[in-house]
Every structure is written in C-alpha cells, then in structure tokens.
Design a protein around this ligand. Structure first.
Ligand code: ZN
Length: 304
C-alpha cells in the first residue's frame, strides 16, 4: 500500500476550538512516519490542476476560493480559510487524484491522508469544513480516463451531500453512504437514490444515533451485495472516522475494531470485483480515535 501525505496539511489553520484542526495532520504525520519506519512507501502529494477541479466545481467557485488565497476568510459558519488554505486544499484534492491514479496504474491500494476534508463541498460552495471535494475530484479523474463504473463508499458519520449531488444523475459513479440520520447536513434519506440516468446509483443507508458495530456490520453486508451487483472498476473510500464512539461531534458507538471490520468488508468487495482500491480521509475529530482507526485501516490493507 502507498500512503500519500505531507506536513503541509498542518498549514491550513482554523479558529481556536475548531474540531477540524491542524493537530489532525500531526496524527497523519505520525502514521506516515511509522509506515515509513516499517518499510512502507510515503509520497508527497501534488496539487490538483484547474481542469481536475472544474470537472466537479464551478469555475466561479474555484475562482472564489483562489481569491481568498493569502488571507483568512469565513466561507460558511463552519468553514474557514487561513492564508495557506487554497494551496493546501489543492494538495488535498491532488492527493486524492494521485491515490486513484496509483491504484489504477499499479493495482496497489493507495491511501491519501489529507485535510481539509472534502465530501460536504458542493459544486458551487464550501461547506462543513470542506473546500474542494477531494474524493469527487478523484472519481471524476477516473471517469475522465474512461472508467464506466466508479464506486465511492463514504464511511464518515456525516452524509456526503456534496459528493452525492455531483454524481446524482451519473451512473458512472455509484455513491454509497452510511451516516447518522437525521443529522448534519440533513441529506441522505434512504429515498435519495439518484435521478435520470443516475437513478439507482446512489445508495444511502441512514442509521439512528447510537448505532454500534453490529448495526454497521448489517449495513455493510447490504453495501457489499450492492457493490457486487455494480462491479466497480475502481473503489474509492471517503474514510471518515467520526462514527467512532469517542468522536466529539457525532453520537455513534463504533469501535476501532468496528472500523477495521468495515475496511475488511470493503477490501473484500474490491477483491471480488478485481478492482483497485483508493482511500482518502474525511472527518475524525478525536485525535486518539483517529490515530487508532488509521492504524487499524492500514493493518487491514497493509502489505508493504
Ligand atoms: Zn464527518
């Protein structure tokens, strides 16, 4: 497995007390250092190109984010920039594309450890700590290479509204999410299943607050069957760890082992479809839980 990470992900700063804080990137650095010590490979990300971003974001939106380069700004009540955020966000999106490209080119799993996260970012707006929609930029890059079936499984506790809407009418990207519901951002009902040619290519599995490992195991059994039917050519994972019992933002009770089990299920789905696997981080706001879940994910995926 290849890790893609950079100390530069610490440079996007948020106001004091904000959960999506630079210390999360220090966790990524420790994970990457330990992977390197064990003989694993870690590479620096590249910036996403303008063309890559414009596959999922409006030109005016990308220009608006570029316009706050070099200064602090509030983009929505939860979403802030610091002077370095534009460049760091380009690296986060670029890392996600790199992970997908590496997986497709080599069939080796790749994991991009990035912040800011991406899945709430919409075509035309920043939202929920997210600037560019990293996993969506990666999925669009895979489609641009000619892939006809890209699956995104979003294991973050929040629904990935941005990712869902970007591909809602597109059967080439199957968006699947488990999430606490009802909860932020409000979308992700079971009857949101896609539209037009994309009908049936969005699968939401909303779960009540307090869901435990056993509830997730049932949900991921259903998701595994749906992935078997779809037969993806690439499986992307929006790897958010905020369904962990220790997370301060949400109310789920998933253990670190529960997360390992989710990752095992997805790894096995990819193996059955003979498709490459690439992951990109999303949320996860308890630093110890984030570290232990990343360790567990890497242990499941991790032939060096
Ligand atoms: Zn989240």
């Amino acid at each position: 497995m290849l890790l893609i990470s950079s100390k530069r992900f610490q440079e996007h700063t948020t106001p004091p007390g904000h959960p999506e804080r630079p210390e999360r990137a220090e966790v990524f650095d420790r994970i990457a250092a330990s992977w390197r010590e064990r003989g694993g490979r870690v590479v620096e990300p590249r910036a996403a190109t303008r063309d890559e971003l414009l596959r999922v974001h409006d030109e005016a939106y990308v220009a608006a984010i570029e316009a706050v380069n070099g200064r602090a700004a509030m983009l929505d009540p939860d979403t802030f920039t610091s002077p370095e955020s534009y460049e760091v966000a380009l690296l986060a999106a670029g890392a996600a594309v790199q992970a997908a490209e590496h997986a497709l080119d080599t069939r080796e799993t790749a994991f991009a450890l990035v912040r800011p996260p991406g899945h709430h970012a919409e075509r035309d707006k920043a939202m929920g700590f997210c600037l560019f929609n990293n996993v969506a930029v990666a999925a669009a890059a895979a489609v641009a290479r000619g892939l006809a079936r890209v699956a995104i499984v979003d294991i973050d506790v929040h629904h990935g509204n941005g990712t869902q809407w970007m591909f809602y009418a597109d059967p080439r990207v199957f968006y699947v999410s488990t999430h606490q519901y009802p909860f932020y951002p409000g979308t992700g009902a079971a009857n949101e299943t896609g539209t037009g040619a994309g009908k049936g290519f969005t699968l939401n599995v909303p779960l009540a607050a307090g869901a435990r490992d056993a509830d997730y195991e049932i949900a991921y059994g259903e998701i595994a069957r749906a992935l078997d039917r779809y037969a993806p050519e690439l499986l992307l994972v929006s790897a958010g760890y905020d369904a962990h019992a220790a997370d301060p933002l949400a109310s789920m009770r998933v253990s670190t082992e529960g997360y390992a089990q989710i990752v095992r299920t997805l790894r096995d789905s990819a193996a059955r479809a003979r498709c490459p696997l690439a992951l990109v981080t999303e949320g996860g706001y308890d630093l110890d839980a984030l570290a232990s879940c990343l360790d567990a994910t890497i242990a499941v995926l991790g032939a060096i």
